[in-house]
Design a protein around this ligand. Structure first.
Ligand code: GRF
Length: 192
């Protein structure tokens, strides 16, 4: 595996853009005695992200960058390096990272996506699954590569779609599974 834990926990940064419920589940996971990670930084492109509040609550360093150009990415890379970050978890992060950024963290960036990839990359996954009358949808954690939602899949959870589901009810059911899936994905890659 690309990441070696040794006796030390992996220093992790979580990138968010909004609510941060996956961030919260990762923080809870990181606080378990046997967790392989610590959450050392929260990074957002959006100063209004609700999730930034978790930084305050848990005393985790938080930073906002605009991610608009290579200069801002350089600053972020510097900051990550300064904090010895060795794993990045994207959690509801709405910006696309540049190829150069990804290369700097090759094999060390994960993303969570609310569909059973390779189905429904991009946005509005729940609408698409319902419209196509799929019996199941779910969520996926994958490595990040240069193509959107296309990196190697680490793990997935399936969720049944019933005839009364709306995008909203389906999103809610899937989110519950996301909160379990992300910690499991991290445990999986770190024990490979
Ligand atoms: C989640 O559904 C995640 O899969 C998707 O964006 C949503 C973020 O939710 N990428 P939250 O900010 O973690 O609550």
């Amino acid at each position: 595996m690309v990441l070696s834990t040794g006796s030390n926990k992996i220093k992790t940064a979580v990138f968010i853009s909004g609510r941060g419920s996956n961030l919260n589940s990762l923080i809870k996971f990181s606080k378990l005695k046997n967790s392989p990670i610590t959450i050392d930084m929260i990074i957002s492109n959006n100063p209004k992200s609700k999730g930034l509040e978790y930084g305050k609550i848990h005393k985790i360093k938080k930073k906002v960058f605009d991610f608009k150009n290579t200069l801002s990415e350089k600053k972020i890379l510097k900051e990550l390096e300064k904090n010895n970050i060795n794993l990045i978890c994207l959690a509801g992060f709405m910006k696309i990272l540049s190829l150069n950024f990804i290369k700097n963290f090759k094999g060390k960036i994960l993303n969570i996506h609310p569909s059973l990839l390779p189905k429904y990359k991009g946005l509005n996954t729940h609408e698409k699954a319902i419209k196509n009358k799929d019996k199941y949808s779910g969520c996926t954690v994958h490595f990040v590569n240069s193509r959107l939602d296309s990196g190697k899949i680490i793990n997935q959870k399936k969720v049944k779609i019933n005839k009364f589901d709306t995008p909203k009810t389906l999103a809610k059911k899937i989110l519950i599974q996301e909160h379990k899936l992300y910690p499991e994905a991290i445990t999986k890659i770190l024990s490979l």
